[in-house]
Design a protein around this ligand. Structure first.
Ligand SMILES: O=C(O)c1ccccc1N[C@@H]1O[C@H](COP(=O)(O)O)[C@@H](O)[C@H]1O
Length: 200
């Protein structure tokens, strides 16, 4: 409710992950999602990689959107579309090098939006987001120019770099976690400062 009050258009609700600061239980995700008023969107962040597991996770949460933070096995987006026709799909791509451009162009034909984040899915303990680190925004800008669907930018965005992020990448939306929290909880002052910086 605090995030909505300050201006958030969507809430990311982080399910089970191999690592990260924002993880909450599926039960809590469901409770939050059912209280969020339209038109605010609710994004279930899932690390599942098989369509049936993603569908099962979604059914526990009942959000407006699924944010797939890992690689979907065999690119089985059609199964998700068929089973969940009214749910929006956002695919996360971790920008580690220029290979992200080709990946984003290919995946953009299957989903409703692409979300570019920092992290490294190739580590032994996967780092799928919530890193507080920025990545190479020049690559993000090239991805935005190469795809025809909305692009969200995430990864280390804060009040001091958000104007530059907007200027360089020109994303459809911004997604952030670490920079507006203190001791793991949303911080009203940090939220206010962030939204003031966006609106300057
Ligand atoms: O927050 C987490 O624990 C998390 C874990 C795994 C994947 C994503 C996660 N959070 C999302 O990461 C981005 C960027 O976060 P940050 O601003 O760099 O801290 C954001 O979408 C979070 O919702």
């Amino acid at each position: 409710m605090l995030a909505i009050e300050y201006g958030a258009a969507a809430l990311g609700l982080v399910g089970h992950m191999p690592s990260g600061p924002g993880i909450i239980s599926d039960e809590l995700i469901k409770q939050i999602a059912e209280k969020v008023p339209p038109p605010i969107a609710t994004f279930l962040l899932t690390s599942e990689t098989k369509p049936q597991d993603i569908i099962a996770h979604y059914k526990k949460a009942n959000t407006t959107t699924i944010q797939i933070v890992d690689e979907l096995e065999k690119r089985e987006y059609q199964t998700l579309r068929k089973e969940l026709p009214n749910v929006k799909l956002v695919q996360v791509i971790h920008v580690t090098d220029e290979s992200a451009i080709k990946e984003a162009v290919e995946l953009s034909t299957y989903v409703d939006a692409i979300l570019l984040d920092s992290g490294n899915p190739n580590l032994t303990v996967k780092e799928l987001g919530g890193t507080g680190r920025i990545h190479n925004w020049e690559i993000s800008r090239r991805i935005r120019q190469s795809i025809k669907i909305p692009l969200f930018l995430a990864g280390g965005i804060n009040k001091d770099n958000v104007r530059q992020a907007i200027e360089v990448v020109q994303p459809f939306g911004l997604d952030l976690c670490s920079s507006v929290r203190t001791d793991g909880k949303l911080d009203p002052e940090k939220l206010r400062d962030f939204f003031n910086a966006v609106e300057l």
